[in-house]
Design a protein around this ligand. Sequence first.
Ligand code: A3P
Length: 277
Amino acid sequence: MAALLLGLLLFAMQSPPIPSRPQLPHILIIGVRKGGTRALIEMLSLHSSVAAAQNEVHFFDWESHFQRGLPWYLSQMPYAFPDQLTVEKTPAYFTSSKVPKRIHQMNTDIKLLLILRDPTERVLSDYTQVFYNRLQKHKRYQPIESVLVKDGEINLGYKALNRSLYYVHMQNWLQYFPLESIHIVDGDELIRDPFPEMKKVERFLKLEPQINASNFYFNKTKGFYCLRDHGRERCLHDSKGRAHPHVAPAILQKLYQFFHEPNKKFFELVGRTFTWK
Ligand code: A3P
């Protein structure tokens, strides 16, 4: 009997600790929609000190969720060890004007990750997502050129364009958070070569360097980098990395021109440039 008890005690001492309880997020991936937010959270989860929420919680932007209060938000968070950082991603946060204030009220020191990509590419990706969603629901969809252009001009009423006006949204965030609290991940670079971008994220979050080059391998069939974690290999879901529709060069050119000034304003705002067309 004594031997059995001793055996149980030794087993308990050797078994790994159980994650204690959910914790409010220390890190938020705030967007941008179609910027590469899923890739970012999956890549960040390679780090053993990070515990990520599985779903997009939409706490700060959906009234019905926000009214449930912080206890509800907490219940949506993953179980984590005391030394782990928890992270949630809801890409719609970036473009919702009421969100920065609400997050600031919860935690003034929270670390924010924002992943951006070429605004024109982002619009095409946004269209592609809506196109497939409608296709699945057997709903009608408009060809891309008729949503992008109205009476020969760029259609300012198209919501996806507004989401790519990064400086407009960034101004809202900078009213509540200093630039040092917001790390901008270059989404185009994360596609091209994820490892260096993830090292920058690790540094910003003051995480012990752990993610390394062997965590990524290029999958020719998918045409994107995939993840290798403790020998297990996996790519992102098929809905990530879909081909975009063909757009007439003249319309593309109009789009690039449309974003030229807003991009310049964004670069000035954040004191950094990106290689957007
Ligand atoms: P596309 O599907 O238009 O190519 P989000 O997760 O925010 O919705 O962003 C989706 C985008 O992430 C994809 O847009 C894709 O380009 C990008 N992405 C970045 N890294 C990726 C990866 N390793 N695998 C698949 N998609 C990736």
